[in-house]
Every structure is written in C-alpha cells, then in structure tokens.
Design a protein around this ligand. Structure first.
Ligand code: NAD
Ligand code: DAU
Length: 358
C-alpha cells in the first residue's frame, strides 16, 4: 500500500480539510501533515459539541496548520474556500450521530447536505479537487444480500444517512453537470482514539470504566463492519491522490461482529463483568446489518486495511484508560442532559453516565 513518497501529488500544496476537530477529521489532518513535508492544511470546523480544537493540540506551533472556526453551510465558509484557493477540499464536517438525527433532523440536513453543496460550489469556483467523505449507511440495511457495491441503489433509513446520501447525489451531480473533479468515499463504522463517547465503542468503554450500565439496543445482534480510523484515513488519502473523478470507493474490513459480541470482547479486555450489560429499547428504524464490497478500492487505489480488529480494540481501550481527562470533559452537563433524555427511561434509576465519576 502507498504510504507517501512519489504518490503524494499534493506535496507543497494547500489542502482544506473540514471537520478536522472531530474524530476522523483530526486523524486525517495528522496523516496529511505527516505525508506533506511542505504544503498547508487549513481546517474549517465550527466546533459543535463533537469538535474540540484541543484534539489537535499536538500541532500547536506547526506553521503548516491553521484552524478557522466557520460553519460549512454559511456564506463565510464559501468565501473562505475561495480566498484560500486550495488545491483540494476534503469534506469530513458533519453531524454524525444517528440517534441525534432521529430526535432532530434539521441540523443534519443543514450541515451534511447544504454544507456539502456550499463547499462544492466554492470548490468549483477555485478549481479545487473535492473529496466527499460519505458512509456505508447510505446503502441502508443489508440483510442476506451480500455486500454493497458502489453502484448499489441508495436506501438510507435515518435522517443522518438520508442527509449523507443527498450530499453524495449533489457531488455526483456537480461532476455530471460541470465536470467537477469530485471523488466520494463510503466507509464502514470507525473506532479508535478521540471518538466522542456517544458512539457504541467509546460509550461502552467509558461506562464500563465507571461500572455504569452498558445500554444495548434491542437484542444486540445487529452487525457492523468496524474499521480502525487510521485505515479509513489512509483510504481517504489515497482517494484524494488517485481516485477517478466522478467515482465512489467503499472502505471496510469485511468482518461483521455483532454489537453484543463487541461489548463482551470489551468487557473481557477491561476485566469487567457481563452483568453491566443492559438491554434497552431498540433504536427506531435500526439497520440490522451493514456490509460493503471494497474490491474497487483495492484494485484502483491499492488500499488494504492494516489494523486487525482485536489489536485495534486493545489499543483503543488502552487509549481511553490513559486519557480519562479528555473524555470526562466531554461527558459534561450537555452530554448528561442528552443521555438522560435518550436513555434515562430505560436504564436503572441512578445509573446515568456522566462527568465526575470515580
Ligand atoms: P464527529 O462528529 O466526530 O466530528 C464532526 C466534526 O465536524 C466536528 O469537529 C464538528 O465540530 C464538525 N462540524 C459539524 N458540523 C459542522 C459545520 N456545519 N461546519 C463546520 N464544522 C462542522 O464525526 P466523525 O465520526 O469524525 O465523522 C466525520 C465524517 O466521516 C462525517 O462526514 C461522517 O459522516 C463520516 N463517516 C463517519 C464514520 C464513523 O464511523 N464515525 C464512518 C463513515 C463515515
Ligand atoms: O456505518 C458508518 C456509520 O457508523 C457512520 O456513518 C456514523 O457517523 C457513525 O455514527 C456510525 O453509525 P452507527 O449508528 O452504526 O454507530 P453507533 O456507534 O451509534 O452504533 C453502532 C451500533 O451499536 C448500532 O447498531 C447501534 C448500537 N448501539 C449504539 C449505542 C450508542 C447500542 O446498542 N447502544 C448504544 O448505546
């Protein structure tokens, strides 16, 4: 697999990365700066509850990196893209949590769909190449139907995945109508350091560390194809470098553990009892299975995942153990209010997750 060198056609150039203060975006910013000896990365991120400037504190003093606090759906973001004249825009910025989209859909349409179109329009004006970071959720739930290829129809089930599918269609339309250089990536579920503790794996680790209940939706037999965030970022980097305009590339591991299986694995690593598991009311419209066919990314980009799940999970648990202060700050009052509203009625009394703790 490529790791830079000759293939880094963006050497010396300027990249705009959006959503770089979030989970995957922050890993991608670091990867880009490791690969670019020269050049610049400008991170457009408005810092929602999920974004933290300090997630990239290790880049303090690196003159190749700048963060600009701006909403990608605003005219100011379009003006900024045009002013920066980047060589490429990589769009990670999004509202990303399915459960929140079930409660309140509009912020998802604004950030994920209008934001993407706003950036596409601005990138077209400057001639910048555009990578739209999408998700395997746009294919919907895949039950007994093999693995989704890039040409499968879009069947999103939540407001989150519908807003991402709409952005994919906007990106493809920009390519079709204007010949814009657009590439779309669709990855499976990511895990790793710096993931906001509302998502399954970090929520289960952080709750278990405090001996709090682990809420499993329904029977817990839903399947996801978990991939380490670094493998995803390597894929996006290759798509930026080598992806053909107007094309879509899937990324995934090709394995499908169940949610309950993962939680049991985490409990074994943490040395905590299975009695912490608590089955709660199922997510509305819950997709049972995601699975993608990644052969195109292997063939055209030379991409292959490198981190084995068992090893990645062990490393992730260690990271959350060693960075308690980071995630405790995120389990703040706003998080506790969200948690209470979302899980409160189904969890045992007095068992709500949240800041402070032991
Ligand atoms: P995240 O929620 O951790 O981070 C999102 C970041 O985007 C935050 O820093 C937030 O402040 C920023 N943001 C949100 N709305 C914005 C706006 N309107 N303007 C500017 N910044 C804004 O999300 P993540 O899990 O890192 O996901 C990043 C991208 O990858 C998303 O587009 C998501 O759809 C996609 N994706 C995620 C996964 C996954 O498993 N997490 C898998 C496949 C694809
Ligand atoms: O597939 C890619 C997608 O993966 C990304 O596009 C999304 O941004 C990302 O959030 C993720 O979506 P999921 O809904 O699959 O991830 P989440 O971590 O929220 O849930 C994973 C599974 O675990 C899902 O089947 C729901 C279940 N779950 C989740 C939570 C938060 C529980 O059983 N209990 C929980 O408390």
């Amino acid at each position: 697999m490529s790791s830079g060198g000759k293939q880094d056609i963006y050497q010396g150039m300027k990249l705009i990365v959006t959503g770089g203060c979030g989970f995957i975006g922050s890993h991608f910013v670091r990867l880009a700066l490791r690969r670019l000896r020269t050049g610049q990365v400008v991170n457009l991120d408005c810092l929602t509850y999920a974004g933290r400037g300090r997630n990239l504190a290790d880049l303090d003093g690196d003159r190749r990196y700048r963060h600009v606090r701006v909403d990608i759906a605003s005219p100011a973001a379009a003006e900024r893209v045009i002013k920066e004249k980047p060589d490429a825009v990589v769009n990670f910025a999004a509202e990303s949590h399915v459960d929140r989209s079930i409660r309140t859909a509009l912020p998802f349409l604004r950030a994920n769909t209008l934001g993407a179109q706003n950036l596409l329009d601005a990138a077209r004006e400057t001639g910048a190449r555009f990578v739209q970071v999408s998700t395997d959720e746009v294919y919907g739930s895949i039950e007994g139907r093999g693995r989704a290829r890039e040409d499968w129809p879009l069947r999103p089930s939540s407001a989150y995945s519908a807003s991402k599918a709409a952005a994919d269609l906007c990106a493809l339309a920009a390519h079709h109508t204007h010949g814009q250089e657009v590439v779309i990536t669709r990855c499976t579920n990511n895990y790793g350091p710096w993931q906001f503790p509302e998502k399954l794996i970090p929520l289960m680790i952080t709750n278990a560390l405090h001996d709090l209940p682990l809420p499993i939706y329904g029977d817990g037999l839903q399947k996801r194809d978990w991939i380490h965030v670094e493998d995803h970022c390597r894929g996006v980097w290759l798509a930026l470098q080598k992806g053909r305009a107007g094309q879509i590339y899937n990324f995934g591991m090709g394995s499908e553990p169940s949610n309950i299986g993962i939680v049991r694995q985490l409990l074994r690593i943490l040395g905590k009892p299975e009695s912490l598991i608590q089955h709660v009311k199922d997510r509305l419209g819950h997709d049972r299975r995601y699975a993608v066919d990644c052969r195109k990314a292997g063939r055209e980009l030379g991409w292959k995942p490198q981190v084995r799940f068992a090893e990645g999970l062990e490393r992730t648990v260690s990271w959350y153990r060693e960075n308690v202060r980071w995630w405790l700050k995120l389990k703040d009052r706003a998080f506790r209010e969200y948690y209470l509203k979302h899980y409160g009625s189904t969890l045992r009394q007095g068992a709500l997750g949240g800041g402070g703790g032991r």
